[in-house]
Design a protein around this ligand. Structure first.
Ligand code: BGC
Length: 464
C-alpha cells in the first residue's frame, strides 16, 4: 500500500491540477493588493472622507469573512470543483463590476462580491490541492498556492504601476483606477475555464459514493499501482462515525481544530499584514524618503516571493515544524530589532534589512506552512467545515490587526512610553509565543497521508 508518499518523480498531471487551483490563490493576492495602488484615485474620484475611504478599502475583507464562512458548506455539499467555479465566477463579476460603478455604494457591493470569491478560494484552493496530492509531495504542492498569492500581490503591484503611468493624475482619477480593478477580470475568466477541465477531488467523490470516478482520478494522480490501496485507506477513514460540525469541538478532533485555529490566528498576529499594507508608511516613519519607499516596497514583494520558493523546496524534506520554529524565531528577533530601532530612534538602512529579514522568515515558514497545516489536519468528512472555521478566524484576525495597528502606533500614552516600539514589541512577543505553540501543540505531518494524519486524533487504543 502506498499511502506514505513513496511516489517519486514529478507528476506533471498533479502539478497541472495544483497550478489551476492555485490560480485562485493568485487572484486572492491580486484582488486583496489591488486596492493599495488604486485607493488614492478612487478617493479623489468619489470625493471620499476618511471613513468612506476606509470602508471602500476594507469592504472586500467583509466579503472574505462571508466567503470563508460559506466555503466549507459549499465545498462539502456541492463539491470542491463547483466551489472553485463559484469563486471564479465571483472574481470575474466583481472585476467587471468594480471597474464600472457610478457610486461608492455600488463599488463596495462589487468588492464585497469579490471578497466572497477570495474567502471561498482561500479555503477551497489549498483544500483541493491537499486532496489530490500524493502524501510525499503534498507540502510542496499546497505551497504552490502561497506562491501564487505572493505572485498575485507582486503582479498587481506592477500592473497598477503600469496603468498609473498611462496618464496624468486627472486621467487616473477618472479612468485609471477602473482599469486597475477591471484587470482582475481577465485572469479570473481564465481561472473559470481551466477549472472546468480539472477533475473533482477523489476524496470528495468517494465520500459521495462515486467510487469509479474516484479511482480513475487516484490512478492518474498517483501513477497507478498505489491507487487501490489509497482508495481502501480513504474508504476506511470515511467509514468511521460521521462527524457533524459540532463534533469538531469534541474529543480528538478538538485538537485538530485548536491546531488549525491557533495557527491561523498566530499567523496574523505576527503582524505580517502590517508590513504588507503599511510598508511605505513604516519605512517613512523609520527614516526613508518617499522616493525610496517605493523601491523598498518592491523589495518586500521580491523577498516574499524568493523565500516562498525556498519553502517550496524544503517543506517536504525538513518538515513543517522545524520551518515554523526557525521562521517564528527569526520573526521574533526581527521585531525585537525593529522595536529597538524605533525606541532609540536609530534609523537607516538596517531598518530595511530587518523588515526584509522578517518577510524572509515569514515567507519560508508561517506564510505557506500555516495554510498547509490547515488543509491537512482535518478528516475528509469535515475538512471543508474545519478549514472554513480556521480561515474565518484568519481573516477576522487579519482585520483586527490591520485596523488596530495605526491606533497602537499613534496612541499618545504608548508613544510617550515606548516611542513607536510598542507594536513591534507586541507582535514580537506573539512570534515568540508561536514558537512555543508549535513546539508543544503541533505534530509533524510531513510524509503522512491524510488518513494517517486523521489517526493522530483518535484515542491511543483505537488507532488502526
Ligand atoms: C497570509 C496573508 C498575507 C500573505 C503575504 C499569507 O499566507 O495569509 O494574510 O498577506 O501570506 O504573503
Amino acid at each position: 500500500m502506498n499511502t506514505s508518499g513513496e511516489q517519486r518523480g514529478p507528476s506533471l498531471y498533479v502539478a497541472m491540477l495544483s497550478a489551476v487551483a492555485a490560480l485562485g490563490g493568485l487572484l486572492f493576492g491580486y484582488d486583496t493588493a489591488v486596492i493599495a495602488g488604486a485607493i488614492g484615485f478612487l478617493r479623489s474620484h468619489f470625493s471620499l472622507d476618511a471613513a468612506s475611504t476606509g470602508w471602500a478599502a476594507s469592504s472586500a475583507l467583509l466579503g472574505c469573512l462571508i466567503g470563508a464562512g460559506i466555503a466549507g458548506l459549499t465545498a462539502d455539499r456541492l463539491g470542491r470543483k463547483k466551489a472553485l467555479l463559484l469563486a471564479a465566477v465571483l472574481y470575474t463579476v466583481s472585476g467587471v463590476w468594480s471597474a464600472i460603478p457610478s457610486t461608492i455604494a455600488e463599488f463596495s457591493c462589487a468588492r464585497i462580491l469579490g471578497g466572497i470569491g477570495i474567502g471561498t478560494a482561500s479555503v477551497v484552493c489549498p483544500l483541493y490541492i491537499a486532496e489530490i496530492a500524493p502524501a510525499g509531495r503534498r507540502g510542496r504542492l499546497v505551497t504552490f498556492n502561497q506562491l501564487a498569492i505572493v505572485i498575485g500581490i507582486l503582479v498587481v503591484y506592477f500592473v497598477n504601476y503600469f496603468i498609473a503611468g498611462l496618464g496624468d493624475a486627472a486621467w487616473n482619477e477618472r479612468t485609471g483606477w477602473r482599469w486597475m480593478f477591471g484587470s482582475a477580470a481577465a485572469p479570473a475568466a481564465v481561472f473559470f475555464f481551466l477549472t472546468l477541465l480539472i477533475p473533482e477531488s477523489p476524496r470528495w467523490l468517494l465520500q459521495r459514493g462515486r467510487r469509479e470516478e474516484a479511482q480513475r482520478t487516484l490512478e492518474r494522480v498517483g501513477g497507478g499501482p498505489g491507487a487501490e490501496g489509497e482508495l481502501r485507506a480513504i474508504s476506511d477513514a470515511l467509514a468511521d462515525e460521521p462527524v457533524s460540525s459540532a463534533g469538531l469541538l469534541k474529543g480528538g478532533l478538538r485538537k485538530a481544530l485548536v491546531i488549525a485555529a491557533g495557527l491561523a490566528i498566530l499567523q496574523q498576529v505576527t503582524g505580517i499584514n502590517v508590513f504588507m499594507y503599511y510598508t511605505p508608511e513604516i519605512f517613512k516613519q523609520l527614516g526613508s524618503g518617499t522616493d525610496t519607499a517605493l523601491l523598498e516596497t518592491i523589495s518586500v514583494g521580491g523577498m516574499n516571493l524568493l523565500f516562498t520558493l525556498v519553502a517550496l523546496r524544503v517543506v517536504d524534506r525538513f518538515g513543517r515544524k522545524p520551518l515554523m520554529i526557525i521562521g517564528a524565531s527569526g520573526m521574533a528577533l526581527a521585531h525585537a530589532g525593529l522595536g529597538l530601532a524605533a525606541y532609540n530612534n536609530l534609523l537607516g538602512a538596517w531598518v530595511l534589512i530587518l523588515v526584509l529579514g522578517f518577510i524572509a522568515f515569514f515567507a519560508m515558514s508561517l506564510g505557506p506552512v500555516v495554510w498547509l497545516i490547515i488543509a491537512e489536519v482535518f478528516p475528509t468528512r469535515v475538512r471543508g467545515r474545519g478549514m472554513a472555521i480556521a480561515t474565518l478566524l484568519l481573516w477576522g484576525t487579519n482585520y483586527i490587526v490591520s485596523q488596530t495597528f495605526p491606533m497602537l502606533n499613534e496612541h499618545p500614552w504608548l508613544v510617550a512610553t515606548f516611542r513607536h516600539a510598542f507594536p513591534f514589541m507586541l507582535y514580537g512577543s506573539l512570534c515568540a509565543f508561536t514558537v512555543l505553540f508549535v513546539s508543544i501543540v503541533v505534530p509533524e505531518t510531513r510524509g503522512k497521508s491524510l488518513e494517517e494524519i486523521e489517526k493522530l486524533w483518535k484515542p491511543e487504543g483505537s488507532r488502526a
